[in-house]
Design a protein around this ligand. Structure first.
Ligand SMILES: [Fe+2]
Length: 183
C-alpha cells in the first residue's frame, strides 16, 4: 500500500475519501429517553442526527482506521442529539477523538459499571481507553465536528449497548447542560 493524504473540510467535517453515512431518528429507535418526543421527531421530517465518514482500509491490527463525525445540534425532548454509541467488538482497543468545532460531551462506561463524561470543545483530544463504550452528544447550537482514530481490527459492537443503554444521558435546559441517570 502507498501512503496517502485525505482532506477534511473543517466547516462540514466531510472528508475527500471514504463513505459518508447518515443516521436519523429512525435509525435510533428506542435510544432516546422521551419516546413520545422521538415519535414526534419521526413524524416531523425524521431529522438527521449525525453523519460520519470512515476511511476504507483493511480491518487489521496493522492498520489505523480513522474518520470524521458531525453531530447536528438539536434535542429529542430535552435530550441532546447524540451518536448511537458502541463498544469495540475487540474490547481491548482504544480510540482517540480530536474535536474541531462545536461543543459536546463524550459519555463513556465499562461493563464493570465505571462511568465517565468528558467535555468536547475545539482542540480537546479525548482518549477512550480499551474496554470503554463511547457515545458523543452535541450540547451546543452548532454542529459538533470531531476526528477519530482507532485500531483496524477494533470492530463495532452496537448491539450490547443498544440492549442495555448507557447509564446516563445528557439533557439541556436553556443553556444548562445536565447529566441525568438512566434508571
Ligand atoms: Fe469507537
Amino acid at each position: 500500500m502507498q501512503p496517502f493524504n485525505v482532506m477534511i473540510d473543517w466547516n462540514s467535517g466531510t472528508m475527500s475519501e471514504g463513505d459518508r453515512k447518515t443516521r436519523r431518528v429512525s435509525d435510533m429507535q428506542g435510544m432516546y429517553h422521551n419516546q413520545a418526543a422521538a415519535r414526534d421527531a419521526l413524524d416531523n421530517g425524521d431529522p438527521k442526527i449525525y453523519e460520519y465518514t470512515t476511511i476504507q482500509l483493511p480491518q487489521e491490527s496493522d492498520h489505523v482506521l480513522f474518520g470524521t463525525t458531525t453531530v447536528f445540534p438539536g434535542r429529542i425532548g430535552s435530550e441532546c442529539f447524540m451518536t448511537k454509541g458502541h463498544y469495540h467488538e475487540q474490547r481491548a482497543t482504544g480510540e482517540v477523538y480530536v474535536c474541531f468545532s462545536g461543543h459536546g460531551r463524550l459519555i463513556m462506561e465499562t461493563e464493570d459499571g465505571a462511568g465517565k463524561v468528558l467535555e468536547m470543545l475545539p482542540g480537546s483530544v479525548s482518549y477512550v481507553p480499551p474496554y470503554w463504550a463511547h457515545r458523543v452528544c452535541n450540547v451546543g447550537d452548532e454542529p459538533l465536528i470531531f476526528f477519530a482514530a482507532f485500531p483496524g481490527h477494533a470492530g463495532h459492537d452496537y448491539g450490547s449497548i443498544e440492549q442495555s443503554g448507557f447509564s446516563v444521558r445528557v439533557e439541556r435546559y436553556g443553556d444548562e447542560v445536565v447529566v441525568v441517570d438512566n434508571l
